[in-house]
Design a protein around this ligand. Structure first.
Ligand code: FAD
Length: 311
Protein backbone atom coordinates (compact mmCIF):
# COMPACT_ATOMS: atom_id res chain seq x y z
CA UNK A 1 0.00 0.00 0.00
CA UNK A 2 1.09 3.55 -0.74
CA UNK A 3 0.38 6.86 0.86
CA UNK A 4 0.08 8.33 -2.62
CA UNK A 5 -0.63 6.47 -5.85
CA UNK A 6 -0.33 8.37 -9.11
CA UNK A 7 -2.07 6.90 -12.16
CA UNK A 8 -0.51 8.17 -15.40
CA UNK A 9 3.12 8.86 -16.24
CA UNK A 10 3.02 11.96 -18.42
CA UNK A 11 4.26 15.41 -17.35
CA UNK A 12 1.43 15.77 -14.80
CA UNK A 13 1.97 12.39 -13.16
CA UNK A 14 5.76 12.66 -13.09
CA UNK A 15 5.54 16.06 -11.46
CA UNK A 16 2.98 14.87 -8.90
CA UNK A 17 5.07 11.83 -7.93
CA UNK A 18 8.25 13.88 -7.45
CA UNK A 19 6.44 16.37 -5.25
CA UNK A 20 4.87 13.75 -2.96
CA UNK A 21 8.11 11.76 -2.73
CA UNK A 22 9.88 14.97 -1.69
CA UNK A 23 7.35 15.26 1.15
CA UNK A 24 8.52 11.84 2.36
CA UNK A 25 5.36 9.99 1.35
CA UNK A 26 5.58 6.48 0.00
CA UNK A 27 4.66 7.02 -3.63
CA UNK A 28 3.80 4.72 -6.51
CA UNK A 29 3.23 5.68 -10.13
CA UNK A 30 1.51 3.35 -12.58
CA UNK A 31 1.48 4.23 -16.28
CA UNK A 32 0.29 2.52 -19.40
CA UNK A 33 3.15 4.27 -21.21
CA UNK A 34 5.56 6.36 -19.19
CA UNK A 35 6.09 9.71 -20.95
CA UNK A 36 2.54 10.00 -22.24
CA UNK A 37 1.78 12.24 -25.21
CA UNK A 38 5.25 13.71 -24.98
CA UNK A 39 6.51 10.48 -26.55
CA UNK A 40 4.52 11.31 -29.70
CA UNK A 41 5.87 14.84 -29.99
CA UNK A 42 8.86 15.96 -32.00
CA UNK A 43 10.07 19.50 -31.46
CA UNK A 44 9.00 21.27 -28.26
CA UNK A 45 9.73 25.00 -28.21
CA UNK A 46 7.41 26.27 -25.48
CA UNK A 47 8.68 24.44 -22.41
CA UNK A 48 9.88 27.62 -20.79
CA UNK A 49 13.61 27.85 -19.95
CA UNK A 50 14.33 25.03 -22.43
CA UNK A 51 14.31 26.76 -25.84
CA UNK A 52 14.23 23.50 -27.78
CA UNK A 53 13.84 19.86 -26.91
CA UNK A 54 12.27 16.78 -28.44
CA UNK A 55 9.52 14.55 -27.04
CA UNK A 56 11.49 11.33 -26.54
CA UNK A 57 14.29 13.29 -24.86
CA UNK A 58 11.93 15.09 -22.48
CA UNK A 59 10.17 11.78 -21.70
CA UNK A 60 13.53 10.19 -20.81
CA UNK A 61 14.33 13.18 -18.58
CA UNK A 62 10.98 12.84 -16.82
CA UNK A 63 11.77 9.20 -16.15
CA UNK A 64 15.27 9.90 -14.88
CA UNK A 65 14.06 12.74 -12.63
CA UNK A 66 11.43 10.40 -11.12
CA UNK A 67 14.22 7.82 -10.76
CA UNK A 68 16.15 10.19 -8.47
CA UNK A 69 13.57 9.48 -5.76
CA UNK A 70 12.31 6.45 -3.95
CA UNK A 71 9.24 6.11 -6.16
CA UNK A 72 7.78 2.75 -7.16
CA UNK A 73 7.46 3.05 -10.95
CA UNK A 74 5.05 0.56 -12.53
CA UNK A 75 5.40 1.13 -16.26
CA UNK A 76 3.25 -0.61 -18.90
CA UNK A 77 0.48 -1.05 -16.33
CA UNK A 78 -3.08 -0.02 -17.12
CA UNK A 79 -5.63 0.87 -14.46
CA UNK A 80 -9.13 -0.42 -15.09
CA UNK A 81 -11.16 0.52 -12.02
CA UNK A 82 -11.10 2.95 -9.09
CA UNK A 83 -12.86 1.97 -5.88
CA UNK A 84 -12.82 5.04 -3.64
CA UNK A 85 -12.38 4.83 0.13
CA UNK A 86 -15.58 4.83 2.13
CA UNK A 87 -14.20 7.22 4.75
CA UNK A 88 -11.58 9.95 4.60
CA UNK A 89 -8.20 8.50 5.55
CA UNK A 90 -9.07 4.94 4.46
CA UNK A 91 -7.51 3.23 1.47
CA UNK A 92 -8.68 3.77 -2.09
CA UNK A 93 -8.19 0.80 -4.40
CA UNK A 94 -7.13 0.79 -8.02
CA UNK A 95 -7.62 -2.42 -9.95
CA UNK A 96 -5.13 -3.01 -12.73
CA UNK A 97 -5.55 -4.87 -16.03
CA UNK A 98 -2.98 -7.44 -14.86
CA UNK A 99 -5.17 -8.37 -11.88
CA UNK A 100 -3.17 -6.50 -9.22
CA UNK A 101 -5.03 -4.26 -6.76
CA UNK A 102 -3.09 -1.20 -5.61
CA UNK A 103 -4.06 0.58 -2.40
CA UNK A 104 -3.36 4.15 -1.40
CA UNK A 105 -4.70 6.73 1.03
CA UNK A 106 -4.57 9.35 -1.67
CA UNK A 107 -4.81 8.94 -5.44
CA UNK A 108 -3.73 11.41 -8.10
CA UNK A 109 -5.30 10.79 -11.49
CA UNK A 110 -3.27 12.04 -14.45
CA UNK A 111 -4.23 9.74 -17.31
CA UNK A 112 -4.15 12.53 -19.90
CA UNK A 113 -6.02 12.67 -23.15
CA UNK A 114 -5.72 11.75 -26.79
CA UNK A 115 -6.47 13.76 -29.91
CA UNK A 116 -9.30 12.30 -31.92
CA UNK A 117 -7.86 11.15 -35.23
CA UNK A 118 -9.47 11.66 -38.62
CA UNK A 119 -8.71 8.08 -39.58
CA UNK A 120 -7.95 8.85 -43.24
CA UNK A 121 -5.02 7.59 -45.33
CA UNK A 122 -1.90 9.69 -44.82
CA UNK A 123 -2.74 10.91 -41.33
CA UNK A 124 -0.48 8.47 -39.48
CA UNK A 125 2.22 8.44 -42.20
CA UNK A 126 2.67 12.20 -42.02
CA UNK A 127 2.16 12.71 -38.29
CA UNK A 128 4.79 15.26 -37.19
CA UNK A 129 5.65 15.65 -40.91
CA UNK A 130 2.97 18.21 -41.60
CA UNK A 131 0.06 16.62 -39.73
CA UNK A 132 -0.31 18.41 -36.39
CA UNK A 133 -2.83 18.56 -33.56
CA UNK A 134 -1.71 21.49 -31.41
CA UNK A 135 -1.66 25.01 -32.90
CA UNK A 136 -0.01 26.52 -29.79
CA UNK A 137 2.79 24.00 -30.18
CA UNK A 138 3.33 23.69 -33.91
CA UNK A 139 1.79 26.83 -35.45
CA UNK A 140 5.12 28.71 -35.68
CA UNK A 141 6.66 25.80 -37.64
CA UNK A 142 4.36 26.74 -40.54
CA UNK A 143 5.23 30.43 -40.70
CA UNK A 144 4.29 31.82 -44.13
CA UNK A 145 3.00 28.42 -45.36
CA UNK A 146 -0.43 27.12 -46.41
CA UNK A 147 -2.25 25.00 -43.85
CA UNK A 148 -5.62 23.33 -43.39
CA UNK A 149 -7.61 23.17 -40.20
CA UNK A 150 -10.04 20.26 -40.02
CA UNK A 151 -13.05 20.90 -37.79
CA UNK A 152 -15.39 23.86 -37.39
CA UNK A 153 -16.14 23.67 -33.67
CA UNK A 154 -14.67 26.10 -31.17
CA UNK A 155 -11.24 24.48 -31.17
CA UNK A 156 -11.06 24.39 -34.99
CA UNK A 157 -12.15 27.98 -35.44
CA UNK A 158 -9.87 29.19 -32.62
CA UNK A 159 -7.01 27.30 -34.24
CA UNK A 160 -7.77 28.88 -37.63
CA UNK A 161 -7.81 32.40 -36.11
CA UNK A 162 -4.57 31.70 -34.25
CA UNK A 163 -2.85 30.23 -37.31
CA UNK A 164 -4.05 32.95 -39.70
CA UNK A 165 -1.87 35.39 -37.77
CA UNK A 166 1.21 33.22 -38.26
CA UNK A 167 0.98 31.19 -41.45
CA UNK A 168 0.47 32.37 -45.04
CA UNK A 169 -2.98 30.94 -45.65
CA UNK A 170 -5.56 28.85 -43.79
CA UNK A 171 -8.32 26.70 -45.26
CA UNK A 172 -10.86 25.45 -42.77
CA UNK A 173 -12.75 22.24 -43.62
CA UNK A 174 -16.01 21.40 -41.89
CA UNK A 175 -17.93 18.18 -42.56
CA UNK A 176 -21.28 19.70 -41.61
CA UNK A 177 -23.23 22.36 -43.52
CA UNK A 178 -22.40 24.98 -40.87
CA UNK A 179 -19.70 25.86 -38.35
CA UNK A 180 -20.47 24.96 -34.74
CA UNK A 181 -18.15 27.50 -33.09
CA UNK A 182 -19.46 30.51 -31.14
CA UNK A 183 -20.77 33.27 -33.44
CA UNK A 184 -18.21 35.79 -32.23
CA UNK A 185 -15.39 33.47 -33.30
CA UNK A 186 -17.01 32.76 -36.66
CA UNK A 187 -17.41 36.50 -37.31
CA UNK A 188 -13.78 37.10 -36.45
CA UNK A 189 -12.64 34.28 -38.73
CA UNK A 190 -14.73 35.49 -41.67
CA UNK A 191 -13.07 38.91 -41.47
CA UNK A 192 -9.58 37.46 -41.83
CA UNK A 193 -8.20 38.05 -45.33
CA UNK A 194 -6.11 34.89 -45.62
CA UNK A 195 -8.77 32.33 -44.63
CA UNK A 196 -11.08 30.20 -46.78
CA UNK A 197 -13.87 28.11 -45.30
CA UNK A 198 -15.22 24.95 -46.95
CA UNK A 199 -18.45 23.58 -45.53
CA UNK A 200 -19.89 20.15 -46.39
CA UNK A 201 -16.32 19.06 -46.94
CA UNK A 202 -15.29 15.54 -46.01
CA UNK A 203 -11.54 15.10 -45.82
CA UNK A 204 -10.73 11.76 -47.44
CA UNK A 205 -6.94 11.72 -47.63
CA UNK A 206 -3.84 13.62 -46.56
CA UNK A 207 -1.28 13.43 -49.34
CA UNK A 208 2.48 13.79 -49.26
CA UNK A 209 5.66 13.34 -51.25
CA UNK A 210 6.91 10.52 -49.03
CA UNK A 211 8.72 13.01 -46.78
CA UNK A 212 6.16 15.66 -45.94
CA UNK A 213 2.53 16.68 -46.44
CA UNK A 214 1.84 18.32 -49.80
CA UNK A 215 -1.93 18.45 -49.86
CA UNK A 216 -5.32 17.16 -48.92
CA UNK A 217 -8.19 15.54 -50.81
CA UNK A 218 -11.76 16.26 -49.82
CA UNK A 219 -15.17 15.33 -51.07
CA UNK A 220 -17.69 18.10 -51.61
CA UNK A 221 -20.71 16.41 -49.98
CA UNK A 222 -23.17 18.49 -52.04
CA UNK A 223 -21.83 17.76 -55.51
CA UNK A 224 -20.00 14.52 -54.67
CA UNK A 225 -16.88 15.87 -56.42
CA UNK A 226 -13.43 15.08 -55.07
CA UNK A 227 -11.04 18.01 -54.92
CA UNK A 228 -7.38 18.37 -54.12
CA UNK A 229 -5.86 21.32 -52.29
CA UNK A 230 -2.10 21.92 -52.19
CA UNK A 231 -0.75 22.84 -48.76
CA UNK A 232 2.10 22.15 -46.34
CA UNK A 233 0.31 21.45 -43.06
CA UNK A 234 -2.91 19.96 -41.69
CA UNK A 235 -4.15 20.71 -38.17
CA UNK A 236 -6.70 18.15 -37.02
CA UNK A 237 -9.11 19.76 -34.53
CA UNK A 238 -11.97 17.32 -34.11
CA UNK A 239 -11.72 16.82 -30.38
CA UNK A 240 -9.50 15.91 -27.47
CA UNK A 241 -10.75 12.81 -25.65
CA UNK A 242 -9.87 12.48 -21.93
CA UNK A 243 -8.72 9.01 -20.83
CA UNK A 244 -11.49 8.54 -18.26
CA UNK A 245 -13.50 5.64 -19.69
CA UNK A 246 -12.17 3.45 -16.86
CA UNK A 247 -13.44 5.89 -14.20
CA UNK A 248 -17.09 6.03 -15.31
CA UNK A 249 -18.52 3.87 -12.51
CA UNK A 250 -16.34 5.19 -9.69
CA UNK A 251 -18.58 8.02 -8.51
CA UNK A 252 -16.04 10.56 -9.73
CA UNK A 253 -17.65 13.71 -11.17
CA UNK A 254 -16.89 14.11 -14.87
CA UNK A 255 -17.83 16.99 -17.16
CA UNK A 256 -20.07 16.42 -20.19
CA UNK A 257 -16.87 15.95 -22.22
CA UNK A 258 -15.65 13.27 -19.80
CA UNK A 259 -13.00 15.42 -18.10
CA UNK A 260 -12.46 15.05 -14.35
CA UNK A 261 -14.01 18.03 -12.59
CA UNK A 262 -11.57 19.58 -10.15
CA UNK A 263 -11.49 22.70 -8.02
CA UNK A 264 -8.69 25.26 -7.82
CA UNK A 265 -6.77 22.91 -5.50
CA UNK A 266 -6.96 19.99 -7.96
CA UNK A 267 -9.44 18.15 -5.71
CA UNK A 268 -12.13 15.97 -7.29
CA UNK A 269 -15.51 15.38 -5.67
CA UNK A 270 -14.10 12.26 -3.91
CA UNK A 271 -12.15 13.05 -0.72
CA UNK A 272 -8.48 12.13 -1.15
CA UNK A 273 -8.73 11.79 -4.94
CA UNK A 274 -6.98 14.54 -6.88
CA UNK A 275 -6.41 15.01 -10.60
CA UNK A 276 -4.05 16.93 -12.86
CA UNK A 277 -3.22 17.64 -16.47
CA UNK A 278 -5.07 17.01 -19.72
CA UNK A 279 -7.52 14.60 -18.07
CA UNK A 280 -9.11 17.43 -16.07
CA UNK A 281 -11.40 20.37 -16.74
CA UNK A 282 -8.45 22.77 -16.50
CA UNK A 283 -8.24 24.56 -19.86
CA UNK A 284 -5.26 24.78 -22.25
CA UNK A 285 -3.63 21.40 -22.60
CA UNK A 286 0.12 22.00 -22.45
CA UNK A 287 3.16 20.36 -20.91
CA UNK A 288 4.02 23.29 -18.68
CA UNK A 289 0.44 23.50 -17.43
CA UNK A 290 0.25 19.73 -16.80
CA UNK A 291 3.45 19.88 -14.74
CA UNK A 292 2.18 22.82 -12.69
CA UNK A 293 -1.12 21.09 -12.09
CA UNK A 294 0.65 17.87 -11.09
CA UNK A 295 2.63 19.65 -8.42
CA UNK A 296 -0.52 21.38 -7.22
CA UNK A 297 -2.36 18.05 -6.93
CA UNK A 298 0.58 16.63 -4.97
CA UNK A 299 0.62 19.51 -2.50
CA UNK A 300 -3.13 19.12 -2.05
CA UNK A 301 -2.64 15.38 -1.41
CA UNK A 302 -0.04 16.31 1.20
CA UNK A 303 -2.50 18.68 2.81
CA UNK A 304 -5.18 15.97 2.82
CA UNK A 305 -2.89 13.30 4.27
CA UNK A 306 -1.56 15.38 7.16
CA UNK A 307 -5.14 16.01 8.17
CA UNK A 308 -6.75 12.65 7.51
CA UNK A 309 -4.24 9.82 7.79
CA UNK A 310 -2.59 8.31 10.83
CA UNK A 311 1.14 9.15 10.97
P1 FAD B 1 -0.35 12.57 -21.00
O1 FAD B 1 0.89 13.16 -21.50
O2 FAD B 1 -1.48 12.27 -21.89
O3 FAD B 1 0.01 11.33 -20.08
C1 FAD B 1 -0.98 10.44 -19.63
C2 FAD B 1 -0.37 9.24 -18.97
O4 FAD B 1 -1.38 8.40 -18.45
C3 FAD B 1 0.46 8.35 -19.90
O5 FAD B 1 1.54 7.81 -19.18
C4 FAD B 1 -0.55 7.26 -20.26
O6 FAD B 1 0.07 6.06 -20.70
C5 FAD B 1 -1.20 7.07 -18.92
N1 FAD B 1 -2.50 6.39 -18.93
C6 FAD B 1 -3.62 6.66 -19.65
N2 FAD B 1 -4.62 5.84 -19.30
C7 FAD B 1 -4.14 5.02 -18.32
C8 FAD B 1 -4.68 3.98 -17.53
N3 FAD B 1 -5.97 3.58 -17.64
N4 FAD B 1 -3.88 3.37 -16.61
C9 FAD B 1 -2.58 3.75 -16.44
N5 FAD B 1 -2.03 4.75 -17.16
C10 FAD B 1 -2.80 5.39 -18.08
N6 FAD B 1 2.41 20.54 -25.29
C11 FAD B 1 3.32 21.53 -25.16
O7 FAD B 1 3.35 22.21 -24.14
N7 FAD B 1 4.21 21.78 -26.17
C12 FAD B 1 4.26 21.06 -27.32
O8 FAD B 1 5.08 21.33 -28.21
C13 FAD B 1 3.31 20.00 -27.49
N8 FAD B 1 3.26 19.27 -28.63
C14 FAD B 1 2.39 18.23 -28.71
C15 FAD B 1 2.41 17.44 -29.87
C16 FAD B 1 1.58 16.35 -29.98
C17 FAD B 1 1.65 15.49 -31.23
C18 FAD B 1 0.67 16.04 -28.92
C19 FAD B 1 -0.23 14.84 -29.02
C20 FAD B 1 0.62 16.84 -27.79
C21 FAD B 1 1.47 17.95 -27.67
N9 FAD B 1 1.46 18.77 -26.55
C22 FAD B 1 2.39 19.77 -26.42
C23 FAD B 1 0.48 18.56 -25.44
C24 FAD B 1 1.16 17.84 -24.27
O9 FAD B 1 1.82 16.68 -24.75
C25 FAD B 1 0.13 17.48 -23.21
O10 FAD B 1 -0.54 18.65 -22.77
C26 FAD B 1 0.76 16.81 -21.98
O11 FAD B 1 1.50 15.67 -22.35
C27 FAD B 1 -0.29 16.43 -20.96
O12 FAD B 1 0.32 15.76 -19.89
P2 FAD B 1 -0.50 14.77 -18.96
O13 FAD B 1 0.50 14.24 -17.99
O14 FAD B 1 -1.70 15.44 -18.45
O15 FAD B 1 -1.05 13.61 -19.91
Amino acid sequence: AFEVLVIGGGPAGASAAIYTARKGFSTGIAAERFGGQVLDTMGIENFISVPYTEGPKLAAQLESHVGEYDIDVMNLQTAKKLVPAERAGDYHQVEMENGAVLKARSVILSTGARWRNLGVPGEQDYRNKGVAYCPHCDGPLFKGKRVAVIGGGNSGVEAAIDLAGIVGHVTLFEFDSKLRADEVLQDKLRLMPNVDIHLNAQTTEITGDGERVNGLIYKDRESGDERKVALEGVFVQIGLVPNTEWLRDSGLALSQHGEIEIDHKAASNLPGVFAAGDVTTVPYKQIIIAMGEGSKAALSAFDYLIRNAAP
